[in-house]
Design a protein around this ligand. Structure first.
Ligand SMILES: Cc1cc2nc3c(=O)[nH]c(=O)nc-3n(C[C@H](O)[C@H](O)[C@H](O)COP(=O)(O)OP(=O)(O)OC[C@H]3O[C@@H](n4cnc5c(N)ncnc54)[C@H](O)[C@@H]3O)c2cc1C
Length: 284
């Protein structure tokens, strides 16, 4: 299928973007890397009159470390994240996760902000942002505001973005001393969206795990922070008993949605397998 007819504009400033979004309301859509939006147009899942291409807006791209924060601009591509020495050093969870985002051709143009704004529950960055307690910077005509990742994802493809607002950046606290990260996912083929995945980040000392942030993807309509599983493992070594106790909490905590290929029971089983592997790997 071909996309319906639409107009296209490439403004050179945020002010112009806000003017266009004000004027056209929900008849306009923001275009970043286009890797999800153009596919949805071609499938006629969306029929906007105007695409507002934000790739000409300066200041929205790049990775910068300042103080205790890594800032990732919305237009930073998956490829830039994948090849960044700063991400590898300061956000090893994201460095592991990005290798699972789609295929190389898509990673070359798809953007961080596009993935966050799309809020696919099986996407890698949203779960990492929740595990790492990141904050998103949102900007609109009324100015800038910051929203915690844990409050940003509201429902299936639903976020805290107001009409006319953009994601301009993500701010991630630097990984603290002694923290370890493990990202795991199961997909039908490498590069496909995950069936289930887990972004795990925890303090590990003397083989014991504490302050575990276990964010699942593909396990509900948003990323899910498994707080009961974290409590079950708190202060313990991940031996078979501790892992089983953490795994046992998942049935209550994860609101698994069946998809075309996997039942809820299969997905729950896979989530338990990933949790066991991740807890073992964190303390290894
Ligand atoms: C075959 C295939 C496999 C894929 N596999 C994966 C995968 O495994 N994991 C994964 O995470 N992703 C996957 N993707 C999606 C890919 O990562 C996209 O790049 C990403 O989801 C959207 O980024 P984009 O820059 O292309 O956004 P676009 O397609 O340009 O936009 C996506 C949506 O976000 C909005 N938007 C974009 N930028 C902003 C912004 N800054 N502020 C507010 N709204 C904005 C747009 O209006 C649109 O609604 C896959 C895509 C394809 C085609």
């Amino acid at each position: 299928m071909k996309a319906p007819e639409f107009s296209y504009v490439k403004p050179g400033s945020l002010g112009e973007v806000f003017d266009l979004l004000d004027r056209h309301g929900d008849r306009a859509r923001v275009l970043a890397g286009g890797q999800s939006l153009l596919a949805s147009l071609n499938l006629r899942l969306s029929e906007p009159e105007l695409l507002v291409d934000i790739t000409g807006v300066p200041g929205l791209s790049g990775i910068a470390v300042s103080g205790q924060t890594v800032r990732i601009g919305a237009l930073t591509t998956h490829r830039q994240i994948e090849t960044s020495a700063q991400i590898a050093r300061h956000l090893p969870l994201l460095a592991q996760a990005v290798r699972n985002v789609a295929h190389a051709a898509i990673r070359n143009v798809g953007t961080f902000g596009g993935s966050i704004a799309l809020a696919d529950p099986a996407a890698e960055y949203p779960a990492c942002a929740v595990a790492l307690d990141a904050t998103f910077v949102l900007a609109g005509r009324a100015g800038e505001r910051r929203v915690k990742a844990r409050e940003f994802f509201r429902g299936l493809y639903e976020t805290a973005l107001n009409p006319g607002e953009l994601v301009t950046a993500g701010e991630f606290p630097l990984a603290g001393a002694g923290y370890q990260s493990v990202f795991l996912e199961l997909a039908r083929r490498h590069g496909d969206y995950a069936i289930v995945g887990l972004a795990a980040h925890a303090l590990v000392a003397g083989g014991r795990i504490s302050d575990a942030r276990l964010a699942f993807l593909g396990a509900g309509s948003t990323p899910v922070l498994a707080v009961r599983a974290a409590a079950a493992i708190e202060g313990r070594q991940p031996d078979a008993q501790a892992i089983a106790a953490a795994q046992a909490t998942l049935a209550e905590e994860l609101e698994m949605l069946a998809d075309l290929y996997s039942s809820r029971a299969t997905k729950l089983h896979l989530a338990r397998v990933l949790l066991g592997r991740a807890l073992g790997a964190l303390a290894a």
